[in-house]
Design a binder for this molecule. Sequence first.
Ligand SMILES: Nc1ncnc2c1ncn2[C@@H]1O[C@H](COP(=O)(O)OP(=O)(O)OP(=O)(O)O)[C@@H](O)[C@H]1O
Ligand SMILES: [Mg+2]
Length: 287
Amino acid sequence: MNDASKLQVTLPITPDTSAAVASSAMVREGEAAAGPDIKVAARNVDVFYGDKQAIKDVSVDIPERSVTAFIGPSGCGKSTFLRCINRMNDTIDGCRVTGEITLDGLDIHDPSLDVVELRARVGMVFQKPNPFPKSIYENVAYGPRIHGLARGRPELDEIVESSLRKAGLFEEVKDRLDGPGTGLSGGQQQRLCIARAIAVSPEVILMDEPCSALDPIATAKVEELIDELKANYAIIIVTHSMQQAARVSQQTAFFHLGVLAEIGSTQEIFTNPKDKRTQDYITGRFG
Ligand SMILES: Nc1ncnc2c1ncn2[C@@H]1O[C@H](COP(=O)(O)OP(=O)(O)OP(=O)(O)O)[C@@H](O)[C@H]1O
Ligand SMILES: [Mg+2]
């Protein structure tokens, strides 16, 4: 289905969006035959900052080898919910999470679970590229080293190179691996952070507005990369760009005032949303 006119379009979508929706629909048709495996499942998740509830009764399934977009107006709880999945909210004073979240069916709040290991399995890329004040090489080598993933320097070199290649950065930096990570351009820094995240072989990658500080060319590179990475990982991307959500994701979740107002295939959400709040948001009536 690559003829956008065949889609049941009830909303004005840009040619850009409709092409992206059509292509993600093709991917989904192939996947539907096998049926998606669920990588992360959240059930009845509530999050409180002190007395204030930021997430209300959210249940969601995140499929394996697929991209899920979280969209919704500023302050609706996208980042808060994203941080539940690798227990980053544990690091925020006064933040309390209830409900159940499983990774491959195992409870991530189980007391026997090692949080450091969880965060290696569930990597995160932030809005603002945040390389360590170290060399490009060390930025990528740090994780594999602390997790004991390499037996010696040659193996570590290999992990660094392959992670930089997967992040589409190796060719640009191969002659300056000892140079500072912070000396790269913003787009390169973000790809360095993605290389750092994938160097520890995560299973899930959480991306919180990874392109919001990037120009269109760097954004296109990161989107291409997300498209390639989804062959091996479950990816969640928070974005304020409807075009980006339509281009890169197969499933879209719309948050509103702390609740998950609607979730469905990206094609459905952008062409035939069931909830009026979703419709208003994606057509730019609020948010
Ligand atoms: N550390 C914190 N302490 C107290 N309240 C917080 C904290 N972080 C977020 N909140 C509140 O929780 C709610 C959800 O915030 P969150 O950052 O998750 O929204 P968001 O959807 O990611 O917004 P944006 O699109 O602007 O990034 C907001 O009301 C916010 O003020
Ligand atoms: Mg946010």
